[in-house]
Design a protein around this ligand. Sequence first.
Ligand code: G6P
Length: 606
Amino acid sequence: MCGIVGYTGKQKAYPILINGLKALEYRGYDSAGIALFESGKLKISKEKGRVKNLDDNSDLKSSNSSIGIAHTRWATHGVPSSDNAHPHLDNSGNFAVVHNGIIENYLELKEFLSKNGYKFKSETDTEVIPNLIHYYYEKEKDFLQAFNRTIKDLKGSYAILVLSPLFDGIYVAKMNSPLVIGEGEDENFIASDIPAVLEYTKNFYFLNDGDLAYITNNSLVFYNNDLKEVNIPKKVIDWDKNAADKNGYEDFMLKEIFEQPRAINETLAGRIILEDKCNFLDINIDSKYLKNVNKIYIVACGTAMHAGRVGKTVLEELTDIVTIVDVASEFRYNYQVIDKNTLCIFISQSGETADTIAALKLAKKNGAKTIAISNVIGSSITREADYTIYTHAGPEIAVASTKAYVSQISTISALAIYFAEILQVKDITYLEKLKKELLDIPEKIDDILKNSENYKKIAKDIHNVKNCFYIGRGNDYTTAMEGSLKLKEIAYIHSEAYPAGELKHGPIALIEDGTSVIGIITNKKILEKTISNLQEVITRGAKVVLVTDCNYENNDMIIINIPKTNYLFAPILAIVPLQLIAYYVAKEKNLDVDKPRNLAKSVTVE
Ligand code: G6P
């Protein structure tokens, strides 16, 4: 995964690069490094551990250099160590490279280079890049030609920055890994994402896969892979800089949980219109096409897949079109029954998840129409899909997704209402009622957030349990899955989600004195059924917490009451207490909530 940043301009590069790396740490944080060009020489400093460790120990801190590249790593090839940290140099010491992605044929390239006398100091795939550049530079005597020949030899994914005393600027190449170029006044920025440099500029360029660029302090030149100069349109990003700061909150995750009402409001604004038709200018799907759609696929990973599961229920109920949800890494290798009448929806907060992008390409190849739902403007998935619908959650920094999740459900719910209006298969008054319910959700989340202190108490009870189960039926089961994922991700507690009725088919054997079970009930029709399942675990010693919008009292369990809404949208409300419980359990255990171990926010490897 990894984060990369580059700067060339009039200011000191070091602090800009370090700040950029800190903002990109969510992408990986096991080692970090920086290369500056100073007094005609490349200076490199690398450390194992977080960016702070690099900053504390780097002898480049006082450098006046105004050009440099930097990297924060999520190890794929080779353990976290300063040798494996980027930037990597070629054998001549002339080319410093930072790289995000994976070079799949690196062993083959390493063998080729070794036969040609090159030596390697690290275990990484990246180290072949600077050496291959050197190999071709010796032949071509022209850097751009050598760079292009190098990237043509690479299989896999990359965003690469190269710094060298042989030229004044920074060379850039991109393939299936995120990269943005920010334009300033007599200074330019390169980064893995927008927030990393948002405090300096709002003007951005997004390279296409296969493109190269040469960036100096006052020029940006873009090339396609035939080395023809190309024009890339400038996009102005109107994100608020504060949106990428903690803004007084202890952690990004807590801030993002509290931003959920605003995220939903902004996502629905202009799309859901009371007493009028929904407005989805982003997609141009006509009634003739929609009436012929025989099946919808929703494909995503992690939390986005859970949003897809909620979306399935809403889509099926409002459009009567069979909707199948699949994990992207499975979808890719399953037998596909897809044709031009299949609509495939891909959900990805980052828009950079490798498996989701690959799944989208496959669906397109098989003739399906594709819609991407993403939170990141210009991200890779938005450039592949036939249509893109943006969630307007604002930058989500914490690795564990919260506000993006509720925005994704809101988007797909609004889309389902829009489809229902086009298809005219549901009663207009019912749809109008649903729109109203959806627009009321943000206020109801505000109510839940008012009681956030209560969750600290529950977290104290849970923080030292070994096992936790989350159970529910229907949409409540999806909420159970997402709640359980949050606890695993940030609190490192083994937890599993089960359909409530399935518990007795095996997992109940694991219930013993003190096991935590969290039940979710937002559909009155199944209240009694799920309550019976909770009673079964209480009898076997479990401690039960119930999240519900039903009027229900029981002294044997802790009950968290949430406001009522239509059961289709209840997952948006029911997840909030579970996010807070996971958050406070992690705090209770003194863990780094925003950067949990082994995880990364944007998973650009398969
Ligand atoms: C990673 C993140 C999750 C996220 C998933 C999908 O696993 O840690 O929070 O849900 O990727 O990411 P996407 O950007 O495609 O929504």
